[in-house]
Design a protein around this ligand. Structure first.
Ligand SMILES: Cc1ncc(COP(=O)(O)O)c(C=O)c1O
Length: 385
């Protein structure tokens, strides 16, 4: 017999599933959106026709074109994953020495710097945006600083105006880790138009995904070309090389998934918007225990995550214990703060805002499959009922 899953029960419609059927289904922080299987199979026909599985095939080119249209940008490059995308960006911009970065992000933001032998310099975050506090950047700049690499965490834009004014004053490059920021506009323009390069992760857990993948947006056409050859071993034709590169190409199989998912993006975002609204309705009365984040002024929301801030780590851990009993698995995105991840490599720092946020923040389950019943289960646990 075919068993119904949460995803199936709620696909495409915002519905209330039968309580007794879904009671014991574990609820994870996210669940990848899967397009109807026949749509994926139909997309694969191109591969059988061309015989091409990778190396900038038709599907990769088509997806890049469609993403430019969707995101209202002039150019973009698909790569094998977001982490490789950050490394390519660092190499293409020829960074060296110290890079100013955020302590509140996923490990990849930090590890991409360390992996390439750069020295991260942490600057604390703003308590409202949760992104780097630009008023603290200048005091961290030294003669060895070459760039600023910061994250639009949860799709909440950094203060790009202030950051870029500083970058201009000190002749620094700017990379935005826009892993979470697919389809976000800020101050009436697409967010990736800010800075030198933005990296959007297309990992399976992301709002828009290709299974594994990443998208790089380099605003300067010359830089775009640099990134382009860096992602394919540095090749200039078959027998010559522009320089040293790596293999960070996206395959046609991944691009096929992206093309299918892209067709469903409006429905995916709308479902998440409703889910976030429903969480807000249920949780806004608990302001003494959990704080909901106000949107960043001037930014559109993509509803990629639903983070809540507990009044203390004790309350967070208590809510997590209740949830675990109910088989609800939210995630402490991001804990620990990054300056605590490798203290032997990055030294001791006191970054009180990032530490306080990292100890108290929890991302609640949110995906295309989240049902009204799921929201009620989660909200009850958050409220300690
Ligand atoms: C903020 C941030 N940066 C970078 C990455 C790395 O992206 P990917 O998983 O596509 O390599 C992630 C992935 O979760 C992320 O959340």
């Amino acid at each position: 017999m075919h068993e119904r899953t949460v995803g199936e029960a709620c696909e495409y419609v915002y519905c209330r599933p039968l309580k007794f059927e879904l009671m014991n289904i574990p609820l994870h922080v996210t669940k990848s959106f899967l397009p109807p299987q026949e749509e994926y199979v139909a997309r694969l026909a191109t591969i059988w026709k061309t015989g091409q599985l990778t190396n900038n095939g038709q599907l990769v080119q088509l997806l890049e074109k469609r993403l430019c249209e969707r995101l209202q940008i002039d150019r973009c490059l698909l790569v094998s994953n977001g982490d490789a995308g950050l490394q390519l960006s660092i190499r293409a911009l020829k960074l060296n020495g110290e890079v100013i970065t955020t302590p509140f992000s996923y490990i990849s933001t930090l590890s991409s710097l360390l992996w390439l032998g750069l020295q991260p310099v942490f600057v604390d975050i703003d308590s409202e945006r949760l992104t780097i506090d630009p008023t603290k950047i200048e005091q961290a700049i030294t003669s060895r600083t070459s760039a600023i690499l910061v994250t639009h965490v949860y799709g909440r834009p950094c203060d790009v105006v202030a950051i870029e004014a500083i970058a201009k004053r000190y002749d620094l490059r700017v990379i935005y880790d826009a892993a979470h920021a697919f389809a976000v506009d800020y101050l009436n323009q697409p967010l990736p138009k800010s800075g030198d390069i933005s990296m959007i992760s297309l990992h399976a857990t992301k709002l828009f995904h290709t299974g594994e993948g990443g998208l790089l947006v380099a605003n300067d056409p010359e830089l775009h070309e640099q990134v382009e050859w860096h992602r394919r071993f540095g090749h200039r034709g078959n027998d010559a090389f522009h320089g040293v590169g790596i293999n960070a190409k996206m395959s046609e199989l991944h691009a096929a998934m992206g093309l299918c998912v892209l067709d469903h993006m409006d429905g995916i975002i709308e479902h998440r918007r409703k889910t976030c609204e429903a969480y807000r309705e249920r949780l806004f009365t608990a302001e003494d225990r959990v704080q909901l984040l106000a949107p960043v002024t001037g930014a559109t929301e993509n509803h990629a995550y639903f983070p809540v801030l507990f009044s203390s780590e004790k309350h967070l851990l208590r809510a997590m214990r209740i949830m675990r009993k109910e088989e609800i698995y939210p995630r402490r995105y991001f804990f620990p703060a990054l300056h605590r991840a490798f203290p032997n490599l990055t030294g001791e720092h006191s970054l009180p805002v990032a530490e306080s946020i990292a100890e108290r923040v929890l991302c609640l389950p949110l995906s295309h499959g989240t049902s009204e019943f799921d929201i009620e289960r989660v909200a009850a646990a958050v409220l300690g009922r």
